[in-house]
Design a protein. Structure first.
Length: 290
């Protein structure tokens, strides 16, 4: 583990909010354990171990039934820890993999059998080296036969440049963490309005209203992030997902309490109907429809 790395909360609270039956934590990770699943030699950071058993215990404590486990950059394109977790969880987990351009159809098929349903394209330069867009387009073509979608991770200042590429993908796209807006600028700022317009114009684009702990200027209050997530949930209620982002890699300001993160859900999805869509209907339709 890096010297300044903040491990995940050792004793998260049990939330007051009770998620509806069948709720899905649609964005979380597993790290290692390194003795079994070594971290990638070219990684940009070394996290603490965060095992599948710890993830599943947290899932149960928070009142969720299922997980969508996302491959993190510290494991590179070696999805072994992800696949191991998916096999252990069986029907209660689906996966988002990170693959290289030379991935074969047979390798993708084996991932599909294990529960992978998407690939992730990461554009956050501090986390990964730049990948040519032609490589991403080739991967997008390979996964079409399996009906997978694409998860993209970027920060708000990069969106304008990415929009033409996103339109080339021509499949369902899920944007991580609301496109990482600068919440200090407010909901009406052109950066966030550009993201809203992108979703308005492209019905194939979804987003995760996740990670208030990464976006806030007021930890651990997060009230400055609520208007952003609430706006997206209310305007695009059939295309939003929610996740803990456990074990919260590369947090610098504080260690979030996952129970507290769950208790924010009623502030962004203010009715039973919106909560059902956000936590149950949308993720199950996207990841468990077959």
């Amino acid at each position: 583990m890096d010297k300044n790395y903040l491990p995940f909360h050792s004793n998260p609270s049990t939330p007051t909010f009770k998620p509806p039956t069948g709720a899905v934590d649609a964005h979380c990770h597993v790290f290692g354990p390194a003795k079994v699943f070594p971290y990638h030699p070219a990684r940009k950071y070394t996290p603490c171990d965060a095992s599948k058993d710890q993830l599943f215990a947290l899932r149960d404590q928070l009142g969720f039934q299922r997980n969508v486990i996302v491959q993190a950059s510290c494991h590179g394109t070696d999805n072994s820890a992800l696949i191991d977790a998916l096999k252990a969880a069986s029907i209660n987990a689906r996966g988002v993999a990170v693959v290289s351009g030379d991935i074969t159809t047979d390798e993708l098929y084996q991932m599909h059998l294990s529960g992978v349903r998407a690939v992730r394209f990461n554009f956050v330069k501090r986390l990964v080296d730049t990948t040519p867009k032609e490589v991403f387009l080739a991967i997008a073509e390979k996964i079409k036969v399996f009906g997978w979608h694409i998860v993209v991770y970027f920060e708000a200042p990069d969106l304008a440049e990415l929009i033409p590429f996103l339109k080339e993908l021509n499949t369902i796209i899920v944007v991580d963490h609301m496109g990482r807006p600068d919440v200090s600028k407010g909901v009406e700022h052109e950066d966030f309005q550009r993201f809203i317009q992108l979703m308005q114009d492209n019905e194939n684009i979804w987003t995760k209203v996740s990670c208030p702990e990464r976006l806030t200027q007021h930890a651990p209050d997060y009230s400055d992030v609520v208007p952003f997530a609430k706006t997206l949930v209310e305007r695009f209620h059939a295309r939003v997902l929610w996740g803990t982002d456990w074990p919260h890699p590369n947090m610098k300001s504080h260690v979030p309490d996952d129970g507290h993160l769950v208790d924010i859900i009623p502030q962004i999805a203010t009715t039973i109907e919106l909560q059902q869509a956000l936590l149950v209907d949308n993720p199950n339709r996207l990841y468990w429809s077959e």
